[in-house]
Ligand binder design. Structure first.
Ligand code: LHQ
Length: 261
């Protein structure tokens, strides 16, 4: 696959997608939205891939919509259509991809870049990274799923405050609020992300994927519905090779060797 705005690499069962427009802090133009969506689709379809890492090149994760790109056609383009055909496809591709996605947040994640960061399953942030709902600075409401993800992660009052102030939330604050899973020294972000990705890629991928599905669907379910759905999915994992291997490994007092199936 050849991309121009992102880098896509698969090694050792880990797909790494690097947003690669560093001169603009990896602002999203149409091509980068499309290529990132395509890369997630490819990672989902590739049976070899068992974990995906999303990060940014240079000093930013992503500064959101490329405003210079959009400005020129703002009169002609419907923002709603732009979202529906662009960011929404990307966000859905990420949330329905049944493999763990790690967001390695290497710098600022602003606007739609913040929404995309929040669509990852877990986030490891560099200690100099930050999150910013920049939208109100340009007279917009948060989009790219931020209105959905953020109140669930950090609660309504903090999420709304972020939208109102459009101020940067530093990594340490994001950790305290529950927006990220870990904060690490910036220089160690690649190595710590790689170690975590390795661990996930060696795990029971089917179970990891169905856990993601069960947790994401739980938001729209009653407890009874969620219990029924869990039982349904557990029928699948319970018959899997990795479940057999996990039980055997326990009984034989050794580490499991999961195949992902
Ligand atoms: C940029 C950008 C950028 C272009 C930095 N675009 N060039 C959806 C649908 C449709 C329409 C609109 O929006 C949306 C969703 C959204 O995402 S709305 C929110 C869009 N994003 C923003 O409003 C953030 C704009 N950027 C900033 O406020 C700052 O750049 C931040 C706070 C992210 C970083 O500040 P600094 O670290 O001081 O960096 P910088 O501002 O110097 O940026 C570096 C370069 O990147 C600079 O270019 P230059 O040629 O002067 O070096 C910026 O112009 C460029 N850049 N963000 N979104």
């Amino acid at each position: 696959m050849s991309y121009e705005t992102i880098l896509y690499e698969v090694a050792g069962g880990i797909a790494t997608i690097t947003l690669n427009r560093p001169a603009k802090l990896n602002a999203f133009n149409d091509q980068m939205i499309g290529e990132t969506t395509d890369a997630f689709k490819a990672a989902g379809r590739d049976g070899v891939v068992r974990c995906i890492v999303l990060t940014g090149a240079g000093r930013g994760f992503s500064s959101g919509q490329d405003l210079s790109d959009f400005h020129g056609r703002a009169e002609a383009v419907s923002i709603g259509e732009h979202l529906r055909h662009g960011y929404h496809r990307l966000i859905r591709q990420m949330t329905t991809l049944e493999k763990p996605i790690i967001g390695a947040i290497n710098g600022i994640a602003a606007g739609a870049g913040c929404g995309v960061a929040l669509a990852a399953d877990i986030r490891i942030a560099a200690d100099n990274a930050s999150f910013m709902l920049a939208f109100s600075r340009v007279g917009l409401i948060p989009d790219s799923g931020a209105n959905w993800f953020l109140p669930r992660l950090i609660g309504y009052a903090r999420a709304y405050e972020m939208a109102l102030t459009a101020e940067r939330v530093p990594a340490a604050q994001a950790l305290e609020w529950g927006m990220v899973n870990r904060v690490v020294p910036a220089a160690q972000l690649p190595e710590i992300t790689a170690a975590w990705a390795r661990q996930l890629a060696d795990g029971p991928t089917l179970a990891f994927g169905l856990t993601k599905r069960a947790m994401n669907r739980s938001w729209e379910m009653t407890l009874d519905e969620a219990l029924a759905y869990e039982a349904h999915l557990q029928e699948v994992t319970g018959r899997s090779a990795d479940s057999r291997e996990g039980v055997m490994a326990f009984l034989e007092k050794r580490e499991p060797r999961f195949s992902g199936k």
